[in-house]
Design a protein around this ligand. Structure first.
Ligand SMILES: NC(=O)c1ccc[n+]([C@@H]2O[C@H](COP(=O)([O-])OP(=O)(O)OC[C@H]3O[C@@H](n4cnc5c(N)ncnc54)[C@H](O)[C@@H]3O)[C@@H](O)[C@H]2O)c1
Length: 333
């Protein structure tokens, strides 16, 4: 059994907790949250702060607000634990650099919670693109268009920029876009906050240029209840009903691929010919559970982190550029 601690029992921490408790190879040895009132949760000892913990585990999962990630990660590494920290890796690039240094100094790993990398549909998309079956990617169009319930923003840290759809949601898309297409070298965009008028991003569009010459457009909003977005399309989250709709269209030199429905279009050499569509059938799996299993392999020295702090820092750098490019200037003072 791999012994784990969990810090943060909010929206995502609660999901980690249930998955650890149900997993035959993982043991939850403690839960940390300043808001905990019970002495034990499901038989597990509770703490109000990492400073109170005397029984060090092999690994710790940090599902705490983004501005706590750097300090808690460095403290955990120095206590001798490997770390699975939620995304974004940190609030700033400087904080991410300090985390990378601490990992190198202690020789312990940081895995960052870009859990979509563990989704079978993401893995299959990477396989199809790598196979060259439909040629080389030239352009793609992605949508993340969901409406979050208003109460989501009642939590203090979500009221400002950290609670907006770029750091919360698009960050996952940027990580998968990097896995599909390579490094992002240019960002232009435009944004507004016309529905809730809050001091954070809400609606926007960006054009991302990749080092391969490929270009992707992204439309995002957390104020519109459409069926188009990763979680809705895949049914990945227990809280978001599955719509089975594509939310990304990938255009390659010999055809196209819809994601996450994996409709593969090929067979036409130009616009006078009709492409044919094949459906790829992929078995389902819960990426958060797979990510915990990967973390267990990292702890046991069987694998290197699929998304380490250096890779997550690259994604954060792009996210910060998108925040700048789509800043709704008029309403943000
Ligand atoms: N991977 C994903 O899909 C996903 C989804 C949601 C959130 N997140 C990320 O996870 C993090 C948490 O988000 P959330 O929506 O669950 O937040 P949340 O506000 O629902 O929960 C955060 C919890 O952390 C606790 N906490 C605060 N400071 C702490 C500390 N020093 N030690 C221990 N616990 C502490 C809070 O009391 C709260 O219970 C954020 O960085 C967010 O970006 C990731």
């Amino acid at each position: 059994m791999v012994k784990l601690l969990l810090a943060g029992t909010g929206l995502i921490g609660h999901r980690h907790m249930q998955h650890i408790l149900e997993h035959p190879d993982l043991e939850l040895v403690g839960v940390i949250d300043p808001l905990i009132t019970e002495e034990k949760i499901e038989g597990v000892k509770t703490y109000h702060s990492l400073n109170e913990v005397n029984k060090v585990a092999e690994g710790i999962i940090l599902a705490t607000p983004t501005d706590t990630h750097a300090d808690l990660t460095i403290q955990s590494l120095e206590m001798g634990m490997h770390v699975l920290v939620e995304k974004p890796v940190a609030a700033t690039l400087l904080e991410a650099d300090k985390m990378i240094n601490a990992s190198e100094k202690t020789g312990l790993s940081i895995l960052v919670g870009h859990h979509r990398r563990h989704h079978p549909l993401v893995n299959e998309t990477i396989n199809i693109l790598k196979s060259g079956k439909i040629g080389r990617p030239v352009a793609a169009s992605l949508m993340w268009l969901m409406r979050k319930q208003d109460e989501y923003f009642d939590v203090e840290w979500r009221k400002g920029i950290d609670g907006g759809p770029i750091k919360q949601n698009l960050i996952h898309d940027v990580d998968t876009l990097r896995a599909f297409f390579g490094e992002i070298i240019s960002v232009v965009g435009s944004g507004t906050n016309i529905v809730r008028n809050a001091k954070r991003h809400e609606n926007g569009g960006v054009v991302l240029g990749f080092n391969t010459g490929m270009v992707a457009t992204v439309a995002f909003s957390d104020a519109t209840p459409t069926p188009w977005g990763f979680e809705a399309g895949t049914g990945e989250s227990p809280y978001i009903p599955k719509t089975n709709q594509s939310s990304m269209f990938i255009a390659c030199t010999n055809g196209g691929l819809e994601f996450p429905t994996l409709k593969l279009w090929s067979g036409a050499s130009n616009w006078n010919e009709k492409p044919i569509m094949e459906h790829q059938n992929i078995s389902e799996a819960a990426p958060l559970i797979r990510q915990l299993e990967h973390f267990s392999d990292v702890i046991r020295g069987k694998a290197a982190p699929i998304v380490d702090a250096k890779s997550a820092r690259e994604t954060l750098a792009v996210i910060l550029q998108i925040e700048q490019a789509t800043m709704p200037v008029a309403k943000f003072e």
